[in-house]
Design a protein around this ligand. Structure first.
Ligand code: SAH
Length: 219
């Protein structure tokens, strides 16, 4: 295992070579990406790959997103310290940790029970006190805690889930990969103060599909 300060220098080069070089300009986003220990969010067996320019498998068919994609989506959201943020697809908890350092509170939902459990433990161990993980179906959002200033979806639904748009506060922003199979686009949704919703495409992406929750006892 590399010494702690060599991880810090790996993060410095990750930000310079993968993120800044591709046009991310938000200083606050780059600073948090230099601080959050990404190697703590990947399985021990592939820890040496933690700062590579690619997504990595984290078990249960899930992946931790490529660092650049995490930075891009975080920049698009324009997160402020007063914001309450909803994430769909906790996975490793890495994106939630990045958002937690920029916002007031992160609510994050994971369909896979074991991943939800592991992410909860990891975030607690690393001291992210302003993140709440829930095991459940992201298609429903989190009505008890809505509305949210920002929403990020990190698995791809075939279409934008209506419940999530509903749970976005006026003035809010949502970012999500949308599409079927590998044909996905990163969509930025902005909700105006009067509730009008505007969508813009931010280019092609590849995320694991967002799955509907299995219905126990039915086929
Ligand atoms: N944001 C994560 C990466 C997520 S990968 C990170 O930083 O590591 C996508 C995740 O979405 C997977 O963990 C998958 O289990 C989860 N997922 C898929 N369908 C879902 C659904 N309907 N509701 C909630 N989570 C879902």
């Amino acid at each position: 295992m590399a010494a702690p300060d060599s991880y810090a220098s790996l993060r410095e080069s990750m930000v310079r070579e993968q993120i800044e070089s591709r046009g991310v300009r938000d200083r606050a986003v780059m600073e948090v990406m230099k601080r959050v220990p990404r190697h703590q969010f990947v399985p021990a067996a592939i820890r040496s790959w933690a700062y590579a320019d690619r997504p990595l498998p984290i078990g249960h068919g899930a992946t931790i997103s490529q660092p650049y994609i995490v930075a891009l989506m975080t920049e698009l959201l324009e997160v402020r310290s007063s914001h309450r943020v909803l994430e769909i697809g906790t996975g490793s908890g890495y994106q939630a940790a990045i958002l937690a350092r920029l916002s007031k509170h992160v609510y994050t939902i994971e369909l896979e029970k074991e991943l939800a459990r592991e992410a909860t433990q990891r975030l607690t161990r690393l001291g992210y006190a302003n993140v709440t993980v829930r095991h459940g179906d992201g298609y429903r959002g989190w009505p008890e805690e809505a509305p949210f200033d920002r929403i990020i979806v990190t698995a791809a639904p075939p279409e934008l889930p209506a419940a999530l748009i509903d749970q976005l506060a006026p003035g809010g922003k949502l970012v999500a990969p949308v599409g079927s199979g590998w044909d996905q686009e990163l969509i930025l949704v902005s909700k105006a103060k009067d509730g009008t919703v505007r969508r813009e495409s931010k280019g092609g992406v590849r995320f694991v599909p967002m799955r509907p929750q299995a219905r126990v006892g039915r086929r």
